[in-house]
Design a protein around this ligand. Structure first.
Ligand SMILES: [Zn+2]
Length: 453
């Protein structure tokens, strides 16, 4: 299906790094951006969208989501998860399989990528799994995915790497194959010790049981071992200011180490998380103190991390509402990504809107090699988000398109909800309307699977 040639006129364009006022943008039949300028005149056969000063942004790139497909679609699935993505302004996801079957072989990953055509509403680039079982087949994953996921700490669907020798073997093999590692960094021993020491209320404080030191020590170890074996390391969902600084310092020292945080570590703090009903803010790593939130905001504001990924991880509310120890970690958030990042900028003097939006567009696109995505530039995919920054709304969890229909942000007032979203030049989402048929395609290395079909 071809794109509809369209002229977008008179908007505030965000090119991936900065806003350009009163600017026009043209997209062509091929679904890419063909012209950016001012005073552009409509051509014959071209549709015109008058933006009247609203924002035109590149489709957001969410580099960390769990859509549970295949294997656990009762909790989510690409059809519903990607509908949530469009609602949040996201047009590309990098997705992590954290339920069986893990993506440990080329055949499994190739099958997943092929099966999602006609189901995903957004473009997708699933990660492979870096586990001991995947070591003999790791070379098959290179060329299919942007990176391979390694759980250094136990979390949903993963027990974590049991010791440093195992971590070293995994990192060594990734280095030999030449594939980037994306890591969940929390130290199991430190978490076990915290659990053994917990008294009274501490036994149900997630930030006590998964403490700052667990993440910081794990990041420190991961950076050291990656350096020793020559592996390329990206640390996911950094929840501590110190962890973020370690990553930024290693990169500044010339080591190929990068990292992202998640919106909840920039929005909430441990007290708010502990007070939240039904364990809605229970997530791994835990949400830390307000000082850590402030430190992470500073790192994102200064561009010292490679951006933000949601860690969208849905569970049915009846499971979250169990007693603390039995409630699963993770919550849905992709449906609100753009408004949440704008809220972070609004709440933080140091954080510009530009830094907040770049952290979910060009920064993660560049980090994971998706150079067609995350920017408004000639030749880039026409993945576009039209949003009115002045329009405020109150989050109603029951209306969010992803599967679980609850949100820790329910009742919060936000702004800049996407009105319309285009994917490669086709309008695929209009707020409040029935979605278009799924048109997502594999991107990045995953696109090679499409060429085979
Ligand atoms: Zn995750």
């Amino acid at each position: 299906m071809e794109a509809q040639p369209t002229l977008f006129r008179g908007g505030r364009l965000f090119d991936g790094r900065q806003f350009l006022d009163a600017t026009d943008l043209r997209i062509g039949l091929a679904g890419t951006i063909t012209q950016i300028g001012s005073g552009l005149e409509a051509e014959t056969g071209e549709a015109v969208v008058e933006m009247e000063g609203r924002w035109l942004l590149p489709g957001l790139v969410d580099c960390h989501v769990h859509f549970r497909e295949p294997g656990l679609v009762r909790k989510e699935g690409y059809l519903t998860g990607s509908a949530g993505a469009l609602h949040g302004g996201v047009t590309t996801v990098c997705e992590i399989q954290n339920n069986p079957p893990l993506m440990e072989t080329g055949a499994l990953l190739r099958q997943k990528i092929a099966d999602l055509r006609g189901i995903s509403r957004v473009d997708y680039a699933p990660y492979g799994s870096l586990t001991e079982a995947a070591l003999p087949t790791l070379h098959e994953l290179k060329g299919l995915c942007p990176a391979v996921k390694c759980f250094l700490g136990c979390s949903t669907g993963a027990g974590g790497v049991k010791d440093e020798a195992t971590m070293r073997a995994l990192f060594q093999r990734a280095a030999e194959v030449g594939i980037k590692i994306v890591a969940h960094c929390e130290d199991n021993q430190i978490m076990d010790a915290a659990a053994a020491a917990a008294q009274g209320e501490q036994a149900s404080r997630h930030d006590f049981l998964r403490p700052v030191e667990a993440e910081v020590q794990s990041i420190r170890d991961a950076i050291r071992v990656a350096g020793e074996v020559g592996a390329v390391l990206h640390v996911f969902h950094i929840s501590t200011a110190e962890g973020g600084r370690l990553v930024a310092e290693a990169r500044a020292a010339g080591q190929p180490v990068t990292g992202t945080t998640a919106p909840h570590y920039l929005i909430a703090d441990a007290e708010e998380a502990a007070a939240m009903h039904e364990n809605r803010f229970k997530v791994n790593p835990s949400i830390k103190s307000a000082d850590n939130r402030e430190g992470l905001r500073q790192l994102v504001a200064q561009g010292l991390l490679e951006g933000v990924g949601t860690d969208h991880a849905p569970h049915p509310l009846e499971e979250k509402a169990r007693p603390y120890a039995k409630a699963p970690s993770g919550f849905p958030s992709i449906d609100l990504l753009l408004p949440l990042m704008v809220a972070v900028a609004d709440d933080c003097d140091a954080m510009s809107i530009e830094a907040a939006v770049a952290s979910v567009t060009q920064l993660p696109a560049d980090e994971f090699g998706l150079t067609q995505k995350g920017r408004l530039a000639i030749g880039a995919d026409a993945d576009l988000v039209l949003a009115d920054p002045e329009a405020r709304f109150v989050v109603d969890e029951s209306t969010l398109p992803s599967k679980s229909k609850w949100s820790p942000y329910h009742g919060r007032e936000l702004r800049a909800r996407p009105e319309r979203v285009w994917l490669r030049g086709r309008m695929v989402h209009e707020h409040g309307k029935e979605p278009a048929a799924p048109q997502g395609q594999p991107v990045g290395p995953a696109a090679s699977v499409l060429a085979e079909v």
